[in-house]
Design a protein around this ligand. Structure first.
Ligand SMILES: Cc1cc2nc3c(=O)[nH]c(=O)nc-3n(C[C@H](O)[C@H](O)[C@H](O)COP(=O)(O)OP(=O)(O)OC[C@H]3O[C@@H](n4cnc5c(N)ncnc54)[C@H](O)[C@@H]3O)c2cc1C
Ligand code: SF4
Length: 328
């Protein structure tokens, strides 16, 4: 068994210093993903810096009406927090659609944003995987790829990002706050996760040793309505085959703000910019929604086993958008 040293950090500075940007160090949030990967031998850190007790476990309102959620807020607490439920019910719906109650009680905001892909080949040490061992190949491209990406994939990796929370944060134009050796910086969630390109070993734009300290959610436009819906193989405790987060604001019969993000379709939460462009200024209606969603999904390149995801996402997003504007 490989020895691992463990340190519980009590401040952001102590955590960053203990990590030091070293390749063999990992921050530990709730451990619900990292510890599983360590048990499988997929991740083999020598140093664990436990950040779960950092004083970043609050959700609070900022003077400009933004809501800040700390990196160590547990997923259950995030979903249940009154500010999130009232201002950003989409985020509550997304978090509650993921994992199980027990997992959500342990998992943190920061850890959820950085959880690794659920590609079965990534977790199987006997199979080639460019994400686990760069340059070794991709077993999924010619393998069983029913769960894999239909948008933005590359010949090096066709994995999807599994996080429901990240899809909601993407549609909400949230910003990830980072602290690190080079100081603090903010990265929009829409730019935080990467497409695989020729570096699928890199999931995000995070730099060595950087710690997520929180996420900032700007206020939604006045009167905006939102919804998260997810399709999975079981009614609970399963990752998304496809999911959609949508925010719409309609004024005087015209769509004035539209934000749509897909989960389960790509290596990162997929912000549907073509759909949004087609919706802006349009009058809401099922045909308009269907056409706008199609504008995005026409870009999809399905693999052997997953063409079903394109029609699934088409119907799901059209229905969600329609439900947001249908008279109640
Ligand atoms: C059976 C099962 C089903 C699941 N189903 C779903 C689902 O349907 N939808 C979904 O979204 N998720 C699902 N999950 C995943 C779960 O949500 C994640 O495991 C969890 O969110 C990870 O959070 P954590 O705090 O435990 O992260 P950890 O396991 O502690 O860490 C994950 C990664 O984040 C890094 N990290 C942690 N905190 C920080 C920080 N503050 N700054 C920088 N790096 C950090 C770690 O180094 C590690 O690389 C499921 C998990 C399981 C086991
Ligand atoms: S899809 Fe990506 S994660 Fe899965 S085997 Fe291929 S390279 Fe690895």
């Amino acid at each position: 068994m490989k020895p691992v040293s463990y340190l519980r950090a009590h401040s952001v500075e102590e955590a960053a210093a203990a990590h030091g940007g070293r390749a063999e160090a990992r921050y530990l949030g709730g451990g619900t993903n990292l510890v599983d990967l360590m048990k499988l031998g997929v991740d083999r850190p020598e140093v664990l810096v436990d950040v779960s007790r950092l004083p970043l476990d609050r959700v609070e309102e900022r003077p400009d009406g933004s809501v800040w959620a700390g990196a160590t807020v547990r997923n259950s607490d995030l979903a249940a927090h009154p500010l999130i439920r009232e201002r950003h019910p989409l985020l509550s719906q997304a978090v509650l659609s993921g994992a199980s109650g027990q997992l959500r009680n342990a998992a943190t905001t920061g850890g959820n944003l950085l959880q690794r892909t659920r590609c079965a080949y990534f977790q199987d040490l006997s199979k080639p995987c460019n994400k686990r061992v760069p340059g070794s190949g991709c077993a999924a491209i010619e393998g069983v790829n029913h769960d894999h990406a239909v948008l933005g994939h590359s010949p090096h990796c066709v994995a999807t990002n599994p996080s429901d929370l990240s899809v909601a944060l993407s549609a909400l134009d949230a910003v990830v706050e980072l602290a690190g050796p080079g100081g603090g910086r903010n990265v929009p969630v829409t730019e935080f996760h990467r497409l695989p390109g020729d570096r699928p070993d890199l999931d995000t734009e995070i730099r060595p040793g950087e710690l997520i300290t929180g996420v900032l959610l700007p206020p939604l436009p006045e009167g905006a309505v939102c919804r998260y819906r997810k399709v999975r193989e079981r009614a609970s405790y399963a990752f998304a085959l496809a999911s959609v987060a949508a925010v719409l604001q309609v004024e005087d019969g015209e769509i004035r703000h539209a934000a749509v993000a897909f989960g389960g379709l790509a290596h990162r939460p997929w912000r549907a910019r073509r759909t949004e462009a087609a919706l802006l200024g349009a009058r809401p209606g099922p045909d308009v929604f269907a056409q706008a969603v199609r504008a995005e999904l026409d870009e999809a390149v399905p693999l052997r086993d997953n063409a079903y995801k394109v029609s699934l996402a088409q119907d799901l997003a059209t229905q969600v958008l329609d439900s947001l504007t249908a008279p109640s």
